[in-house]
Design a protein around this ligand. Sequence first.
Ligand code: B1M
Length: 216
Amino acid sequence: MSADSILEQIAESVVKAEADEKVRELTQKAVDEGRGAKEIIDGGLLLGLNRIGEMWGRGEAFIPEVILSAQAMAAGMEVIRDLIVESGIKPIGKVVIGTVKGDVHDIGKSLVAMMLRSSGFEVVDLGVDVAPEKFVEAVKEHKPDLLGMSALLTTTMPGIEDTIKAVKQDGLHVLTLIGGAPVTQRYADEVGADGYAPDAALAVAKAMSLMGVKAS
Ligand code: B1M
């Protein structure tokens, strides 16, 4: 089997969200064939995740499938974690993310977190119902490049503005990325967020552009 076909197999395995074991096995095979971490990620794992993301965008795949694909990709990433350290590829950046105070909607935020992780970001997920002071504490503790906030209710959206104010009041410098069903670019502009994304795939693209990284 040629090396290129193994990368294609990895991509397809991620798209089909085959058992994590299968993705691990194929990724290990690519490593054994001498392929580098970046090549395996770009030509196999990330390619597969991008494909399912595009299918989702076209309505040809559903959220549970995207989640399973992201998990399959994460299994492959585990295999090459050591390679990444050896080859000196640094995480693109660190993100602290959470759903704002009073809001327990978890699915969209977790999908964004998972896609960011799969795309090479280090992610600290604070969960749901996160008060502004908890976000501030986490920024102090983890020193992220990006602070991600999700809100699904019109009544909890002000939690985004409160958090941005609290972060600024503390003199902390962190880029902010926001999203969630009722959130819009206009709202992001009003509250002074650095970025807004309407879905998880675009959240990754926005996070990358905020970090000055070109999406592959
Ligand atoms: Co609730 N709920 N819910 N709910 N719920 C909505 C949001 C609602 C639109 C339903 C409706 O009335 N049609 C409505 C909000 C109305 C409004 O304010 N505009 C609503 C309501 C009213 C409520 C309650 C108040 C109901 C009640 O108790 N009377 C209550 C509130 C609880 C609370 O939070 N305090 C409530 C509770 C719940 C459940 C617990 C039952 C459950 C959540 C379970 C869970 O998350 N573990 C739930 C659910 C499932 C929904 C719906 C049906 C689905 C939400 C979802 O997961 N979507 C939702 C109706 C709907 O959206 N169709 C609804 C799938 C998910 C992948 O999409 O979360 O939009 P989404 O995330 C997207 C983007 O928004 C974006 O990317 C994601 C992936 O593409 N995105 C980001 C999200 N975060 C981002 C962050 C980013 C960037 C992009 O950067 C950091």
